[in-house]
Design a protein around this ligand. Sequence first.
Ligand code: TXA
Ligand code: MG
Length: 353
Amino acid sequence: MQTIILEPTQANIGLAGEIIKSGGQVAFPTETVYGLGANALDAAAVSMIYKIKGRPSDNPMIVHIAAAADIEKLAKNVPEQAFMLAEAFWPGPLTMVLRRRECVPDTTTGGLNTVGIRMPDNEAALELIRQSGCPIAAPSANISGKPSPTCAEHVYQDLRGKIPFIIDGGACRVGIESTVLDMTGSIPVILRPGAIGKSDIREITGVDPRYHASLADVEKFIEKTDIGKEEHFRKASLAPAGAVKSPGMKYRHYAPKASVTVFIGEENAVLNRLSATENSAVKENRNVGIVKFDLAASEQAAHELFSCLRKLDMQGVSAIYIGVINNSQLGDGTAFAYIERLMRSANYNAVFV
Ligand code: TXA
Ligand code: MG
């Protein structure tokens, strides 16, 4: 199959909508990352997504809608707080896990009795959903395990020959995936951190959300205040497998082919460490990638992380060293989510410098 990259014109989105209506799959931009979409209510169409991505079939899809009122077509017993959050943050990078209705097939929810729903903040995505006339199930449009695609070219690298169309919406504004928030219990639980953080959710609902147990290592990492003393980060033992609530979180993710090492600390310490690493790599004739991010600009860091990992992979480097400058207290939105994605890419291989 030939894969065509399309400008996001009304006519092209119409063509893509026809593909979705007839049970096909199309990649499209959102404000977070590119999605690989199919009719969420058509089990056969959704099962092709698992096949195309090489995705484990117990990992549920997020269902994308174009109007908040459609929540109740897909979910039941929706708590009042979910409507408040939709009102505040949709369209935007927030997915809410709710009790599903029968019309949502098992294939879409990975067999769970819940469904993750979000309304993306991207005009081409919203128009595609409207033109398709159905909610669109869409995981990130990458081969399973690779960093999520943040531009059409990344999708093409992974899915060329496997899908007919990629709608090109340019670079994604946010660059990391949506916050996944479980709204089925008495207090909201963050299953996957994203740009909408704990304090955003507290501000709207008046309730302090929890982080899921699988994020304990990230919390521990971020709470570490003893900066200035060199120390390798040690993972706590992860939550037992049975406690995995968001099935996607148990798989290795966001991983480039090269090994990733993170150095985190104050600016001078990080820069010194990076230049020492670079010098020894040059001496040893090793082809490595050296990059730095500044958490004072966490939105920019998040925006660039995945495309940076992909670029270094394309260059064929054997190891990637990422310096993270952190001079202050981290926020609980984008900065937390950035650290979580980074730590998973690095398989928690991080050194406080
Ligand atoms: O920003 C995003 O969310 C992007 C764009 C395309 O919308 N999508 C995305 O989808 O990141 P995906 O499939 O790569 O990640 C979805 C995550 C997975 O960790 C999955 O396990 C979780 O959401 N998830 C989806 N439905 C769920 C449910 N019913 N219960 C618990 N977790 C769920
Ligand atoms: Mg994904």
